[in-house]
Every structure is written in C-alpha cells, then in structure tokens.
Ligand binder design. Structure first.
Ligand code: ADP
Length: 548
C-alpha cells in the first residue's frame, strides 16, 4: 500500500459551528420559546453564545468525556448546548422528557450526568425525582433570572447568568475524531433503555451524507426548516448539524407541537420544509383540511420514525401540493439510513408510480450499507419480493451500546452487521420496504401478515383518523389481526364497513378478525403508536372468529 499524503485532520463537530459563523453568519435562527415569545439571532450570534457556554463549562470543571444532560424542547439554547458540550470534548446527553420517570432515573444514573440543563417546563418533573438523581448532578434552568421558577430543585443555576460573565471567543481543542460527542438512549420498549454513543467522526460523516439529499429534503441555503423532530431524541435526525452547514434557517417550535400551533408558526415564519413523525402530519393534515390550504410557503414534508400511511402521503401531495419525502432510520444510527430520493426521470413518472416509491422507506444514504437475510442469516436477493431481517453497516452505525455488554452481545451478526429488528424487502432500484418490526408482524398459521400494510390500507377509509393493527391470540391460527381505530371528528363507521372497505385491498386471509373503535391510541415517548401498550390492553380480547 502506498499511503496517501493528505492531512490527517480530525472530523470534529466544532468545525460545523465555526463554518456556519463564518460562511452562514447572517442566517437567522428562530425559536418559539417556552417564555411564549419568538426569539431570533444569527449563526454568528449563536457561535458567540456557544463560546460563552463552553468557557463556563470548562470553568465549572467539565472535562473531556464527561456527560452533560439536556431536558429541553427545540430551541436556540438547546442548539447551543449541542455545540458547546461537544466542542470541549464532553458528551451531550439528550434526554427524552416523555420517558417514564423510572426510565429517566435509570438513564441519568447510567450515564452519570454531571449537569442537567432543563427547560423550566420540566422543573416539576425533576423536582419529584431529585433524590434519585446522580450525586452532584447540578440542575441549570434554561432561562434568565426573571423567568427562574419557584423550585425545590437543589442549587439550581440560571443559564443566562452563567453566560453573562464569560468570554464570547474560544479556540476549540483538537482531539481524536472517534471521541464521543452525543449520547441518546432508545426508549426501550422492553428492559432498560440502551445508550448509543455517537462520535464526532460518525456525526460529521452522517451530516455530509445527508447533504447529498440536499434539495429534496429542504436543505437549501436561506430557506427555513421547522424541525418537529426533537433535539431530545436521535439528534433531531441530524438537523442541528446539517442546517448550519447548508445555511438553512431553523424555525424551532418550542413546546407547542399540535396541528393548529404548528400551522400558525409555519404560516408566520414562511417555513419551506418541516420534518417529523407521521402522527404530527396527521394532526397538521386535520388543520389543513379545516383551513382548506397548506401553510404559506410550505413545500416539503419529511416524514419518518414510523411508516407513513399511504393515504396521508397521497392527501398531502395531491390535495395540498406538498412534496413528501419518506425516510427510515433508528437511534442506533446517526440516525437516517434511507430517504425516498427520486432521480430526475423518476420525478417525471406518472403520479401513481411516484406515490408508489414514496410509500417505500426510500433508498439508502451514501455510507449506509443494507442487507436482508433469512432465518439462518443467509443473504436474500434485492428483488423486491424476498423479505427478511434487515441489517446495516456503516461509519455512522453503532458498534456497541454504552456500558451494556449484555445488550451489545446480541446487536450484531457474525460479520459485524447491526441487526435492526425490522423485516424488509429491497427492490432492484434500491428502494427499501419495511414490512414490519419483527415483534409486530402477525404470525397467522405459519404465514406473516404485515401490520404496517394493513394499517396503510385501513387509513384510506375516509372515517379513520389513526389506526393500529396488533396480533390477537387465536386457538387455531396462533395469531390473527385486530384493528384498533380512532375515527375522525364527527364521522362514524362500523366494523363490517371497515372490513368491506379492506376486502379488495388486501388478501382475504389478511382481513382483521375484529375492528374496535377507541377515543385515542397510545403513543411512545417518540410519538409512535405503542403496540406494546395496545397488546397489553387487548390481551384478553376474544375475537369473534374464535368458536366458543
Ligand atoms: P424509538 O422507538 O425509541 O424512537 P428508534 O427511533 O430507534 O426508536 O426507532 C427505530 C425504528 O423505527 C426502526 O427500527 C423501525 O422499526 C421504525 N421506523 C423508523 N422509520 C420508519 C419508517 N419510515 N417506516 C417504518 N418504520 C420505521
């Protein structure tokens, strides 16, 4: 081998904010705040406050590798924490406030966080858990003195006061690009949450991989993205890193994430693209129907995190003229693995064909290798028909969980590829179709029924607002599908009507044995349907097809 003669410069997160402060200096960062107003500054202003924060963190005694936790909505202060903490070589541990309190206590202790930066909204939550927090973990409230709440938190610090006394310049330290920069725990539907430790290198490479997608996902200089995806989970799909690189104007939504609030903020700030999970788009679509239009200026919706129902994609595209990109990823990656990016020729294809591609989970990003395997671990062809477990490999894919040998042992196959827990097929053009999660697929008489496909078909019924299909036990078939649905406001439907509607859309033996209507469906801490809770709730439900 002849070694290349290029500089061995480490890929560090700090270089992103330096680039933005220099090249994207005037680009605005907008935040709807917990305080109730809208805050604005530029990337150059942001870099100065990040320097102040980094200087304070060092003065406080935060060392490389220390974990610093955040419990906050999407806003400029949370964004500052991402860069200040990582910049000095410490690890920004984002905590999902929707986790069960037990899980929250587990993860701050497992991570051994030294500081906890929290929005005032979350003060009561942490107050209740204060005696179970790591010893010496100091709370910092993300506000100024005037907004400091009355709180029983031990020795709370005030964020704006910490910044006030510090210098607004810093020369970032240089260190190994494999150092950790971020930590995020999976919501852990079973067992304890597991920590994924992102490195500076993986973060930079993932960000650059996302740049390839560019225009199709709203990453355009000077235009605005509204990240509904939270900074508190899987790095808001990479947005805090990739927006400053491109010079995209973030419009951070703060705590109000319901359809009408999002619609109003998008309208007001002329947001061009918005990213979030399908549940959010169901809420926004309901508001768009009410108003008879999309928010002014909105062009692109990126949906991911769980399967986007086909009828939702169709409605947003056809009725509201939006361009939908569907993506797949997971916490154990940085996190985006695939996006429905269409070639120019594909964009000109007839609408039905285009919608077909958009209903897939897209094509892999550069740097993320995919394979599907059968039960014995043998590779399956990418012929669009064969399906099996999906495994991934890449520089932005996890190699082991943080301090969790037991969980890490089962995470990879013998060749070092990471198991996703998803069942998928891949077509010859590289489009990935997630069939189901291994634990959600319905095993009926030795055959598999995809809960996702059934939900997708049912979502086409005009009365259904949201639905989930789970396995219900059946003495003859082992499992049979049970559809649980929420109806749209003012609409009615019967179980037979829904089954009749599905009759020409899915195979006869896929038809749900029962359809139940509920007021609301349970969601996980990341806004996905919680099938675990649903299975628990309906575990004793006797299907009408069970002979008595
Ligand atoms: P959490 O549920 O804690 O948020 P992750 O974000 O890591 O965990 O979830 C990743 C999983 O979400 C994937 O393995 C897959 O099952 C599911 N998922 C993500 N995006 C999609 C998508 N577009 N379609 C179907 N499933 C998806």
């Amino acid at each position: 081998m002849l070694r290349g003669l290029m500089m061995d410069r480490p890929l560090l997160v700090s270089s992103i904010i330096d680039y933005a402060a220099e090249i994207r200096s005037d680009t605005e960062v907008v935040s709807a705040r917990v305080e109730g107003d809208v805050h604005r500054y530029t990337y150059a202003d942001s870099r100065r406050r990040i320097a102040r924060l980094a200087n304070w963190l060092r003065a406080y005694g935060i060392r490389p590798g220390d974990r610093v936790a955040t419990l906050a909505w999407n806003g400029y202060r949370h964004f500052e924490l991402y860069f200040a903490v990582a910049g000095i070589g410490a690890v920004c541990h984002t905590i999902n406030p929707r986790l069960f309190p037990e899980q929250l206590v587990y993860i701050v202790n497992h991570a051994d966080d030294r500081l906890l930066f929290l929005d005032t909204t979350f003060a009561p939550l942490i107050e209740k858990l204060a005696d179970r927090m790591p010893k010496g973990m100091r709370p910092v409230l993300l506000c100024d003195r005037a907004h400091m709440p009355e709180t029983g938190l031990p020795d709370p610090l005030c964020y704006e006061e910490l910044l006030a006394d510090q210098s607004d310049t810093i020369v970032w330290p240089e260190f190994d690009e494999n150092a950790a920069c971020g930590l995020c725990y999976t919501s852990g539907t079973t067992g304890n949450p597991k920590g994924v430790l992102y490195s500076h290198r993986s973060t930079l490479l993932h960000s650059m991989g996302m740049l390839v997608a560019g225009d199709g996902i709203g990453l355009r200089p000077g235009q605005s993205i509204l990240p509904v995806v939270p900074l508190f989970h899987v790095n808001a799909w990479g947005l805090p890193y990739v927006m400053p690189l491109v010079g995209t104007r973030p419009v951070f939504p703060g705590p109000k994430l319901d359809g009408p609030s999002l619609f109003a903020l998008m309208d007001q700030e002329k947001v061009t693209a918005a990213w979030g999970v399908p549940t959010v788009w169901l809420g926004l679509a309901a508001e768009m129907r009410k108003q008879g239009r999309a928010p002014a200026g909105l062009e692109i919706v990126l949906t991911g995190g769980s399967a986007a129902p086909g009828p939702l994609i169709r409605e947003l595209e056809t009725d509201f003229g939006l361009d939908i990109t569907h993506g797949w990823g997971m916490t154990e990656m940085s996190p985006v693995g695939s996006l429905t990016l269409l070639d120019e020729g594909m964009k000109r294809a007839p609408a039905e064909k285009r919608l077909g591609w958009k209903n897939s989970q897209g094509r892999r990003l550069f740097g993320c290798d995919l394979k599907i395997v059968d039960d014995d671990g043998n590779r399956l062809p990418h012929d669009g028909v064969a399906f099996g477990e999906l495994l991934v490999r890449g520089a932005a894919v996890m190699s082991a969980y943080f301090n969790d040998e037991a969980a890490s042992a089962a995470a990879h196959d013998a060749e070092g590829w990471m198991r996703t827990g998803d069942v998928a097929r891949i077509d010859p053009d590289g489009f990935l179709y997630i069939v189901d999660r291994t634990k959600d697929v319905i095993k009926s008489g030795g055959e598999w029924i995809s809960s996702i496909d059934l939900e997708n078909a049912a979502m086409g019924h005009p009365a259904i607002q949201e639905c989930a299909v789970i396995a219900a036990s059946h003495p003859k078939w082992a499992e049979r599908p049970l559809l649980v649905a929420v109806l749209k406001e003012g609409r009615t439907a019967t179980a037979d009507e829904i089954r009749d509607f599905l009759a020409d859309k899915v195979a006869k033996w896929w038809l749900p044995d029962d359809v139940l209507f509920v007021e609301e469906l349970p969601h996980t801490a990341t806004g996905k349907l919680s099938k675990l809770q649903l299975r628990e709730r309906f575990k004793d439900h006797v299907l009408p097809t069970v002979e008595g």
